[in-house]
Design a protein around this ligand. Sequence first.
Ligand SMILES: *Cc1c(COP(=O)(O)O)cnc(C)c1O
Length: 224
Amino acid sequence: MDYDVRHNLNAIIDSLPEGVKLVAVSKFHPNEYIEEAYSEGQRIFGESHEQELSKKQKTLPEDIQWHFIGHLQTNKVKYIAPYISMIEAVDSLKLLKEINKQGAKCGRVIDVLLELHVAKEVTKYGLSLDDCRRLLAEGEWKEMSNVRICGLMTMASFVDDENQIREEFTLANNFFNEMKLLYFNDCDYFKERSWGMSDDYHIAVQCGSTMVRVGTTIFGPRVY
Ligand SMILES: *Cc1c(COP(=O)(O)O)cnc(C)c1O
């Protein structure tokens, strides 16, 4: 292991404000890296490829809380539904319905976040604010008893301009507050705001983030 995972992990945890959770993004890193972080007490890990995740899940401790953070194809939901702790990047009603269906099949209520697109880049996945508004206003989700919408997830643009990043996270945070008031005021569980990665989590925590997803700063560069 070239990277001092223990040191990096603890440095990040120490820098996070109270109540902000760390998702250690372990995609493309081998089990031994995850075990190293696990031995320091880290339990939430993020992965973005179904096959890689399913392989790791079978061979690593059972009390790891796996978060699926990437784009998830509907035909892959059934493989992760039995064990996934949270699906963070729900970007369509179709995907939400499939998660509900597979959740029902294995007798689980699956926690999810809706993925917002606030970045200026056009290549990213995610719901526009209007799409997200529409999805929640249409109300079909209220009938889905095997999914629980716990909040929102987003990614800022990959730019150096901190002001732009701050604007995008703030937009997401304001939108979260608006949706909370409209649809989830009585739901304690609608509280998660998953924003912030290695390069911008220090900004994200100033803009309401409750969950940062950090990979490179803990584990080093990924070898694809
Ligand atoms: C890979 C990934 C991360 C982690 O990125 P780092 O820059 O390595 O911290 C966070 N969120 C998502 C959605 C990712 O795909």
